[in-house]
Design a binder for this molecule. Structure first.
Ligand SMILES: [Zn+2]
Length: 346
């Protein structure tokens, strides 16, 4: 993980994490954090001085005098999130609540190399820079290592072999950077937005490739090498057409072929069958569809998936299209960075 130098310490992060979900009193902060009232009072006055918290109204608590409420100042700090597709770079600016305030989009040349990418990222980031910026989250096509920030060898990008992208970007931008797969940042965005409602869910991202982000028991599931979710390269047809990954009959290859010949029913059915398998495998109750292909034909993808799901009454699955639209991966990347800003009580 990047060293997020804006944090004075763990206690500050915990207090901010608690204030994030709504106005709180100092007494509530002490109760929920396990910190002493003295420690809370010190942290709170520091955060007020830094402009992160503001006193906002009071709450009556029966006996005794009303207690002062503290509120997070959402625009006191900002974050950037980037989505890297094989042909496009999108950067969004968010506040501490994850609300997208501004964005910049630029095409990327076919088979772009790492120096070209970092230069273009720097250009878009410069256009959105501010004193209040905490850092940049990047959602990139896999496979990559989220912990070390290294991109391994994504298909369609022949110059990328074990590229230490996080380190390169931090040096060039002069900001803390976090890197994760695009599918994971997208599911982070949905989890952030929907809170406790979303605990066991899959986000299906259908862009130039097809991948999934998994939220299992309330946490993003990344796997041992942080590469879980390469679901597009699951074999659906033994003697199927060749895929960019070197194998045959992959979900992604079948879907893209159907989409390329304009067979929307077949394309959406393939996604539907694949999602039904996931429901059986993982016992999830929410499926969120995202990505360029889905957003171009949202109703068709919704129908295609819903039609293939198990019909059992005890197995309800909510299928939706991300309301964050084209921003979901980039916004989620910003939220991933922000989530390091907010601590949880131990
Ligand atoms: Zn494949």
């Amino acid at each position: 993980m990047a060293n997020l130098r804006f944090l004075r310490g763990y206690n500050d992060a915990v207090v901010l994490g608690l204030a994030r979900s709504g106005a709180v009193t100092r007494v509530e902060l002490a109760d929920r954090s396990g910190l002493t009232p003295q420690a809370v009072s010190k942290v709170v006055s520091r955060l007020i001085d830094d402009g992160l918290l503001v006193e906002s109204g009071t709450r009556n608590v029966g006996v005794g005098k009303p207690r002062t409420l503290l509120k997070l100042v959402a625009d006191s700090r900002l974050a950037l999130g980037a989505q890297v597709e094989r042909d496009e770079l999108r950067v969004v600016l968010t506040d501490l609540a994850g609300t997208v305030l501004d964005r910049a989009v630029a095409p990327l040349p076919r088979d772009f190399d790492p120096p070209t990418f970092v230069a273009e990222l720097n250009r878009l980031v410069d256009g959105l820079r501010s004193e209040r910026l905490l850092g940049v989250g990047i959602g990139f096509v896999g496979p990559l290592d989220h912990r070390t920030g290294v991109v391994h060898y994504p298909t369609g990008l022949s110059e990328w072999h074990d590229v230490p992208l996080r380190a390169l970007a931090e040096r060039r931008l002069g900001l803390p950077v976090v890197l994760d797969k695009d599918t994971n940042t997208a599911v982070v965005a949905e989890a952030w937005r929907r809170g406790e409602e979303l605990r066991d869910a899959v986000l299906v991202l259908v862009g130039t490739g097809l991948g999934i982000g998994m939220l299992l028991d309330g946490r993003v599931h990344r796997g041992v090498r942080t590469n879980a979710g390469e679901y597009g390269h699951t074999t659906l047809q033994l003697d199927g057409p060749p895929c960019v990954c070197g194998r045959s009959g992959c979900i992604e290859a079948l879907h893209n072929l159907a989409a390329a010949r304009g067979d929307l029913v077949e394309a959406t059915s393939i996604v539907g069958v694949a999602v039904a398998d996931l429901v059986q495998l993982l016992d999830i109750d929410h499926v969120v569809l995202a990505g360029r292909a889905v957003l171009a034909e949202p109703a068709a993808y919704l129908d295609g998936v819903r039609a293939r799901l198990p019909k059992d009454e005890w197995l309800p699955v909510d299928v939706s299209i991300t309301p964050l639209g084209d921003d979901v991966v980039a916004a989620g990347a910003a939220m991933l960075l922000l989530s390091e800003f907010y601590g949880r009580p131990r």
